[in-house]
Design a protein around this ligand. Structure first.
Ligand code: FEO
Length: 396
């Protein structure tokens, strides 16, 4: 990535990863990502905020060379995950005076993950400020906005909040700032859904913690940065709120058409009742899209055939994922079919232990659905409509 000046003396020196398509060997990255790192040169000290994924450390080093950086005093580690910390050992090797400034938890993780010696650290406290000369860095602990050790760094004079993963997006773009808000919103929502949603309660607390800070720029460590902070803060306030939308998410698999027939009928039944429906064929869906749909939905209906005695393995995966992401769903149900028996229903509902949902009457049928089964689907659609109406989601 080219070096870009954010403010006089504050440069973006990280790397864009245009080609990356999978993160943590799990999360699809349809739009690539970036590992943002920031250099702050002040009258007395030079600080580097986070580094880059080890696969891109040569780009960070080249960028520092382009800026003739001969000395770094502080490397600020806001987060220990290797896509931001992985180049710290190389930076410490190239800049022997550099100390890693971070909180005690992050320090221990960096020692474990990257074998950085204890002597290269200086611990910082929550709320502590250190002077770089004519600029000041302030550290704000923000646990669980991705890992337990995460923190933010605030550059006081420039009013820039460096938030690492928090508020970021997996989006490779040539724009330094989030200029196209529709694109930025979509990417940030996907990122929230995949990475941050399980930490909704912690995020609420951390949003509260930073609410009185005067912020002009939010500089994340993935994706474009924000010179209109309220754009992303408002989006997060909406996503982490307890409010749900009049939406039903239906992840499904069908092997011989019985479950598909039920899903098709049920989707039409819900649409006919004025509900928004988002079906996902799990054999071809991008799980990121499913995760995004779960951010706001009031209801999840899992649809599966029976394989041996349980749900289809793709349904097991989607159910596990939905449970792990802890969306703010209120209701759940199961529809599907079986040939001769099994425990598909119990295994799906039993896997939703993290969700505080009311389970609505499932419709699980033997073989191809018959007239009485379609009536049962109509009753389930009526029940979902009634339940949504109790949530005061507006007129529908
Ligand atoms: Fe971008 Fe949690 O690392």
């Amino acid at each position: 990535m080219v070096v870009r000046e954010i403010r006089p003396g504050v440069h973006s020196v990280g790397a864009i990863d245009w080609d990356r398509r999978l993160f943590d060997e799990l999360i699809p990255l349809p739009d690539g990502t970036s590992y943002n790192s920031y250099l702050i040169r002040s009258s007395e000290k030079t600080a580097l905020i986070d580094t880059v994924d080890p696969t891109k450390e040569h780009e960070l080093i080249d960028n520092l060379k382009k800026l003739d950086v001969n000395n770094i005093d502080y490397v600020i580690a806001n987060h220990a995950e290797q896509d931001h910390s992985g180049a710290i050992p190389k930076i410490l090797e190239l800049y022997p005076n550099a100390k890693v400034l971070t909180n005690p938890k992050c320090k221990e993780m960096l020692k474990d993950l990257l074998l950085i010696p204890d002597a290269r650290f200086r611990e910082v406290n929550d709320g502590e400020a250190i002077s770089l000369g004519d600029r000041t860095l302030e550290f704000i602990y923000a646990p669980w906005v991705h890992w337990p050790e995460t923190m933010f760094t605030y550059l006081r004079e420039d009013k820039i909040l460096f938030t690492c993963d928090f508020l970021g997006s997996h989006l490779a773009t040539s724009h330094l700032f989030a200029t196209d808000e529709a694109v930025a919103y979509e990417a940030a929502k996907r990122y929230y859904a995949e990475i941050m949603m399980p930490f909704r309660t912690a995020i609420k607390k951390n949003l509260e913690k930073i609410k009185d800070i005067d912020i002009e720029i939010i500089a994340t460590s993935h994706g474009p940065i924000y010179n209109k902070p309220e754009f992303i803060l408002d989006a997060y306030r909406d996503w982490v709120s307890d409010d749900v939308k009049n939406e039903v998410v239906i992840p499904y698999v069908s092997m011989h058409g019985s479950t598909k027939k039920m899903v098709d009928y049920f989707v039409d039944a819900l649409i006919g009742r004025g509900l928004t429906v988002k079906p996902f064929n799990l054999t071809r869906t991008d799980v990121g899209e499913l995760a995004m749909a779960l951010v706001d939905a009031a209801t999840l209906v899992v649809a599966s055939p029976t394989v041996l005695i349980g749900p289809h393995p793709s349904v097991v995966y989607a159910t596990y994922l939905a449970n792990a992401l802890r969306p703010k769903l209120r209701f759940a149900s199961v529809i599907g079919s079986y040939g001769w028996g099994g425990k598909m229903l119990e295994q799906i509902t039993g896997a939703l232990t993290n969700l505080r949902v009311e389970i609505l009457d499932p419709v699980v049928v033997r073989g191809f659905p018959k007239e009485e089964d379609f009536k049962a689907l109509d009753r389930l659609a009526d029940k979902i409509l009634d339940k949504h109406r109790t949530l005061n989601l507006g007129k529908f």
